[in-house]
Design a protein around this ligand. Structure first.
Ligand SMILES: Cc1cc2nc3c(=O)[nH]c(=O)nc-3n(C[C@H](O)[C@H](O)[C@H](O)COP(=O)(O)OP(=O)(O)OC[C@H]3O[C@@H](n4cnc5c(N)ncnc54)[C@H](O)[C@@H]3O)c2cc1C
Length: 465
């Protein structure tokens, strides 16, 4: 029920119906709020955000029985195969992985607190209807389980749960402005049927600014202006800038972003509903071969760490190469052992070459340099060779708002009462690199905390009014 008699007054409004926003909405309803609305810029048929294109969440796990419960299986053999000799994924290991990959300009306390709550957030999601399944052909370091039905399944279940609990979703509703009223409520304006509206607590969950060409150019640099997006075009950073306009503090590295190697046929952006196509464009098997640029030179250590911990470094570096393109090359041993995803071989831009010279000529790579690079790099064996051209695909931006471990937005270093931020709009979680599966987890942990806290606050305000 609305906080007061007005038609457009809510206890809690969440801006953005990705995983983070819907986790916040679900948690707010579970905590007892009865008037909770989620407003989203996308039309209903394109609902789901980047979250609908995802696959897995990284979380701490204690032992294989923990994973077996999540998979609802008593088949211990299956789980033992999945964990491949690992007995647990402890908080300490998770934190070490995150910090090793992310770089130094991060909020370590916030990250540690997210990791510490990752296992319980997964249990909470499971109890709220989420489901997991075994990961097929895991690479070393991969999370052993993935979301059932991938990000599409995740988001379908999130919407279902939110609406079953009585939440209201407004599609085609893009928030543009936030005002704080004299009695401390949030008055939001925008384009679409949800506006104008007022709420006691506002949760911002509208992703980063990756879909905003001008902001990309301004914060990431000129070369990012025309980059292709791996995700949806709706995350333009408007609520992010609206929060800053009312005094929210910025956090994190605004000059960096998550970007990965993608098949050269990646379109300008992807849409919800294209999860399979999106997964088929990933080109993360490079640790099994070498990566060169058009000059035939290596520019990246393919074996520096597990692929799922280095793929962002490679994605970013591709944009710095001549023509903003690179080539992954694999030898006969890799092809014979069937070590590459099917999509590598099915990519119409891939070339199977009888020799290094042949592949280089067909793809306009400097022949002499490439022959020398391969000679100096004995991990590439005998022909035939598979050449796979790759480009950089931008996933999301790292710069965002400063928040407490409870997702309260800081303004002038202090929590802004009733204002929360969750998901990719939060800054300070990544600096240079990104460990796969952490974005959804951070969104779920902070979304859950924000929703519960927003509901409690809104109900208290309701009693006072
Ligand atoms: C192809 C792809 C694969 C990925 N795979 C993984 C993975 O496997 N694991 C993982 O952890 N992370 C993955 N990520 C990163 C992942 O998307 C994020 O960590 C997570 O889904 C972000 O959730 P979110 O709720 O913050 O954003 P989103 O899911 O993008 O949701 C943001 C929502 O805000 C809405 N919005 C934007 N502006 C406004 C506005 N002005 N008003 C109202 N609504 C607005 C958008 O329409 C959108 O629905 C992937 C990303 C991509 C693009």
């Amino acid at each position: 029920m609305p906080v007061s008699a007005g038609r457009d007054e809510w206890q809690v409004i969440v801006a953005g119906a990705g995983n983070a926003g819907l986790c916040a909405g679900i948690a707010a309803l579970q905590a007892g709020a009865t008037a909770v609305a989620v407003v989203d810029a996308a039309p209903e048929k394109l609902r789901g955000g980047n979250s609908s294109l995802t696959k897995s969440m990284r979380f701490s796990w204690r032992d294989s029985a923990h994973l077996a419960r999540l998979l609802r299986t008593s088949d211990t053999g299956l789980v033992e195969e999945l964990v491949a000799g690992r007995s647990e994924y402890a908080n300490e290991q998770y934190l070490d992985d995150w910090l090793r990959v992310s770089g130094s300009q991060v909020n370590t306390a916030l990250i540690a607190s997210i990791i510490g709550r990752s296992a319980s957030a997964i249990t909470w999601m499971y109890e709220s209807g989420q489901r997991w399944e075994p990961r097929k052909n895991p690479l070393p370091g991969d999370v052993p389980v993935v979301l059932e039905g991938g990000g599409q399944g995740l988001q379908d279940r999130n919407f279902e749960q939110f609406e079953q609990l009585g939440g209201r979703v407004f599609h085609d509703s893009a928030l543009t402005d936030i005002e704080v009223t004299v009695d401390g409520m949030y008055h939001i304006k925008g384009v679409g049927p949800a506006f104008p509206a007022t709420c006691a607590a506002l949760v911002l969950a509208s992703g980063g600014f990756e879909g905003n060409e001008r902001m990309r150019e301004r914060y990431l640099g000129e070369s990012w202006r025309d980059v292709k997006l791996r995700g949806v075009p709706f995350n333009k950073g408007v609520p992010l800038m609206a929060a800053i306009a009312i005094g929210a503090d910025k956090a994190g590295n605004w000059a960096k972003c998550h970007a990965t190697p993608q098949g050269i046929l990646l379109p300008n952006h992807m849409l919800p509903g294209q999860m399979q196509e999106s997964h088929a464009l990933a080109r993360y098997a490079y640790p099994r071969g070498i990566v060169v640029n058009r000059n035939g030179l290596r520019f990246f250590d393919e074996a520096a760490d597990y692929g799922n911990l280095t793929y962002v470094t490679l994605g970013q570096k591709i944009l710095e190469q001549p023509g903003k393109v690179a080539f992954q090359i694999f030898d006969k041993a890799v092809l014979d052992a069937d070590l590459l995803p099917k999509s590598y071989l099915e990519d119409p831009a891939s070339v199977v070459a009888a020799s290094i010279e042949d592949g280089a000529r067909r793809l306009f790579i400097d022949v002499e340099n490439l022959v020398e690079t391969v000679r100096a790099h004995p991990r590439v064996g005998t022909p035939p060779y598979l050449f796979v051209p790759v480009v950089c695909g931008l996933t999301f931006t790292y710069g965002g708002l400063s928040v407490s471990p409870n997702a309260e937005v800081y303004g002038g270093g202090r929590p802004m009462i009733g204002l929360y931020a969750v998901g990719e709009i939060v800054g300070g979680l990544y600096d240079q690199g990104y460990p796969a599966g952490t974005g959804l987890t951070a969104g779920a942990v902070l979304g859950r905390a924000a929703g519960a806290s927003a509901a409690t606050y809104a109900m208290k305000i309701g009693e006072l009014l």
